[in-house]
Design a protein around this ligand. Structure first.
Ligand code: PEP
Length: 262
């Protein structure tokens, strides 16, 4: 069976609306519509509406980088999943920058995952240990706590729409950017699937898409995408440069073709 990849661009709090439009313009020129690679762009909230008008929907899907778990109400400054439901297919939930800089708790992230699913949006749930947790040998405990709490309000039907991104904090470019070895990533992705299997059974664990994120660029992408259990990448810094991001998407397409023996 041909492997299908999801390559998501997390632009974080970067780019003006004009710059975002230019970046998409370049990507539309350089990228083909690949059947085996789903390309997802996660700009900031203000760019979602204009980009929704601009993008070729055969080539790109949109994601928000965050949202609030209540559907509506007196929550000044927040944007709900309900407001996003016809604009995006995905929302990044529990990114380490939100956990660390905005003190998002395990329970808040659980509520956001549930709100995403309730609004027919697929959450890209980010999980991963800090450098200190890694040094203390706590990686598996951290992943266990993050995954079991985040998924605890979902049914086995809901879980089909969830994507998990393994993002060790120490490997994210803005937190140190130490390169993770693909063999180590493979082990943690297997552990993540084992946690999903405990909660929802083996079939769900095999089916759920697990991405890798952490300093993925045009040179390192292949090493992670070639891992049997890895379904794609969440890309930060390198997604802001169209030539780098294009090469990452092309690498995914090439690996997908090879896995199909073409
Ligand atoms: C991220 O922040 O999700 C990320 C993976 O960033 P980078 O690719 O820059 O390490």
């Amino acid at each position: 069976m041909t492997k299908e990849y999801l390559i998501a661009a997390n632009w974080k709090m970067n780019l003006t609306t004009h710059e975002a439009s230019i970046l998409v313009h370049h990507l539309e020129k350089s990228l083909k519509a690949y059947r085996d690679v789903e390309v997802v762009l996660a700009p900031s909230f203000v760019h979602l509406q204009p980009l929704h008008q601009q993008i070729d929907h055969r080539k790109f899907r949109l994601a928000a980088q965050n949202a609030y778990h209540k559907d509506s109400g007196a929550f000044t400054g927040e944007v709900s999943f309900t407001m996003l439901r016809h604009l995006v297919q995905y929302v990044i939930v529990g990114h380490s920058e939100r956990r660390l800089y905005f003190n998002e708790s395990l329970e808040l992230i659980r509520d956001k995952v549930a709100a995403a699913v309730r609004n027919d949006i697929s959450p890209i749930l980010c999980v991963g240990e800090t450098q200190q947790e890694r040094r203390l040998g706590e990686t598996k405990q951290v992943l266990h706590d993050q995954i079991t709490t985040a998924l605890s309000n979902l049914t086995s039907e809901d879980i089909e729409n969830v994507v998990i991104a393994y993002e060790p904090v120490w490997a994210i470019s803005t937190f140190g950017g130490e390169l993770a070895k693909p063999a180590d990533v493979q082990k943690e992705i297997n552990f993540i699937r084992s946690q999903v299997a405990e909660l929802y059974g083996k079939a769900a664990a095999e089916k759920i898409r697990v991405l890798y994120g952490g300093s993925v660029d045009q040179h390192t992408a292949r090493g992670y995408l070639e891992l049997k259990e890895c379904n794609g990448a969440l890309v930060g810094g390198a997604s802001l440069q169209h030539h780098k991001f294009t090469r990452i998407v092309e690498a995914a397409h090439a690996v997908a073709r090879e896995s199909h023996g073409q």
